[in-house]
Design a binder for this molecule. Structure first.
Ligand SMILES: [Zn+2]
Length: 289
């Protein structure tokens, strides 16, 4: 599933490609992609004649500003946008086509068909997932103390808490595994056992891994491509994700794949320790005190 770096890369490519273009017509071939309004024909009619003013991102959502509307798009598993000329042959699984007045068209392709589009006037009408999003990882108001406050008091594994979009927006399976590895925190550690100091390191590593991934154009682990149809390059820099059975780049220990929060989770058992051992150590320390 595209995560923050991939959606941001798509956003940047689309911003360069479609801002300023006016929609001549919109073709919806698979009605279930469109959630709001419930009638796909109305969706197409409302967008016709609208000009793309901006392409923004919030968490893993793309927000196309087409006044008076905001088109909220979530790529889910494999949604892809591609700008093409009307003459270019179309890929299979193209479900929505935005035809522009200059003869180009933005094609939405989605093999798995899990992606969604909502056309709304304001945030109050937006899908719940967007309205309840936590802060952006790069939000300057998200200080180390604020981040600690968001994860502290939750007993779920830290991985589950980081995947929760209401806690922090934009992270998914790949970058949670990478950030926890970089911060040397085991994904199964209960969030309330992450110390203030570790939370500060973790926030720093989240920002670090997201920044590097955006610079590399995202990770093409599955089918992800940007608006130019180009793959990302960050997959070769991944430290643990998808590297089970291979040696840790730091200590040489074999990377393990576990199941945490219902997701395949990659961990270096040496670098990231085991949560049980830490708990035991703390107990001993307390008893001794
Ligand atoms: Zn290691």
């Amino acid at each position: 599933m595209p995560e923050l770096p991939e959606v941001e890369t798509v956003r940047r490519s689309l911003e360069a490609l479609i801002v300023g273009k006016t929609m001549a017509s919109v073709e919806v071939r698979l009605a279930r992609i469109i959630r709001t309004p419930p009638d796909a024909a109305a969706f197409a009619a409302l967008l016709t004649g609208c000009r793309v003013e901006a392409v923004r991102r919030r968490g893993k959502y793309l927000l196309f500003e087409v006044p008076p509307w905001t088109l909220v798009s979530h790529l889910r598993m494999e949604g892809q946008y591609r700008l093409a000329s009307a003459l270019e042959p179309e890929s299979p699984h193209t479900h929505v086509v935005f035809h522009f007045t200059d003869g180009t068209e933005l094609r939405y392709r989605d093999v798995r068909q899990f992606g969604t589009m909502d056309l709304v006037r304001d945030l109050a009408e937006a899908p719940e997932g967007l309205r309840t999003l936590g802060p952006e990882p790069f939000d300057p108001l998200l200080t180390a103390a604020a981040f600690y406050g968001r994860i502290h008091g939750r007993q779920a594994p830290i991985k589950a808490v980081l995947l929760d979009q209401t806690c922090l927006a934009g992270l998914g399976n790949i970058y949670v595994d990478e950030a926890l590895f970089a911060a040397r925190i085991h994904p199964q550690r209960p969030a309330d056992r992450v110390t203030k100091r570790e939370a500060s390191v973790l926030l720093h590593e989240i920002r670090e891994v997201l920044t590097r991934a955006i610079e590399a154009g995202g990770s093409s682990v599955r089918t992800y491509v940007n608006g130019y149809g180009r793959h990302g390059g960050f997959q070769v820099e991944l430290s643990v994700y998808g590297r089970e059975g291979q040696p840790c780049r730091v200590c040489g220990t074999e990377i393990l794949k576990l199941r945490v929060a219902g997701r395949g989770t990659h961990v270096c058992p040496t670098c990231q320790g085991r949560p049980k051992q830490r708990r035991r150590r703390r107990k001993t320390a307390r008893q001794g005190a």
